[in-house]
Design a protein around this ligand. Structure first.
Ligand code: FE
Length: 262
């Protein structure tokens, strides 16, 4: 095996799935088999049960010491891999360093800004996000199969991984802690409007909310709406307005006047 398998999840049905905000239940059949296939990309939530994918609902896994449990397991695994010569410590450090410091939401913001300013790129992005993003030079693990979903006045998109923490690393960096938390993962599907309210986002009642469940196979990037008052702005200026959360769908991009006043 390679030092860190880039896509340890088992491909399943491959179909992009989404949940409408009035739909409370869904399944995880697309997520591969029980207890494996989700290793390898930093799950904090389900320390000891191998994720227990089989038929879990959206209950919180309230183990008291799951973080230290997981940290111990990661350390044990790393020691074993090092000892057996399967990985080099420097390579592991390089990977962690890269995602912690060199790859972050700025990549995604540049993609969003370009989609706002370059109609041909926008069309390409919506049609084949993996290729369009790759063409901008953003490649890497956990971002091999990207789908871009565009917010409109009629429809707001929001991303979750109900199972664990699947997230588009090459364009957004590492996921925030709340993204990996059981409450977000469960409530995003059951009560997306409530979750948005917790984030301070209130959408018009007529705006439909679609919740996209990230999987091993597909990672989503939300293209937020371009704010008013930015006519003639360059892509660089626009990118500076785009927050990480707006690309997960738990924030909107405020108009510059509003942003300056707040
Ligand atoms: Fe996941």
């Amino acid at each position: 095996m390679s030092p860190v398998d880039p896509n340890p999840h088992q491909p399943a049905d491959g179909a992009a799935r989404h949940h409408d905000d009035d739909q409370a239940s869904h399944d995880h059949d697309g997520h591969g088999d029980e207890g494996r296939g989700h290793d390898g990309h930093g799950h904090d939530g389900d320390g000891q049960d191998g994720h227990g994918h089989g038929g879990h609902g959206h209950e919180s896994h309230g183990h008291g010491s799951e973080l230290s449990e997981m940290a111990l397991r990661v350390r044990a695994l790393e020691s074993l891999l090092l000892e057996k010569g399967y990985v080099e410590e420097a390579a592991l450090d390089e990977l962690v360093q890269t995602y912690e410091t060199r790859i972050g939401p700025r990549n995604g913001a540049m993609i969003v800004a370009r989609s706002w300013t370059d109609p041909a790129f926008r069309d390409w992005l919506l049609r084949d996000a993996s290729a369009a993003i790759h063409a901008m030079g953003f490649t890497g693990r956990q971002g091999e199969h990207m789908v871009a979903v565009e917010n409109t006045p009629q429809e707001h998109n929001m991303v979750v991984c109900t199972l664990c923490s699947c997230y588009p690393w090459p364009v957004l960096g590492l996921p925030p802690t709340w993204y990996k938390s059981p409450p977000y993962r469960s409530r995003a599907v059951i009560d997306p409007r409530g979750v948005l309210a917790d984030f301070g986002v209130e959408l018009p009642p007529a705006t439909r909310i679609r919740v996209w469940d990230s999987t091993a196979e597909v990672r989503y990037l939300v293209i937020p709406m371009r704010p008013a008052g930015t006519d003639g702005w360059s892509a660089e200026e626009l990118a500076a307005l785009v927050s990480r959360d707006s690309m997960i769908g738990t924030a909107v991009v405020a108009a510059p006047a509003v942003a300056a006043a707040s």
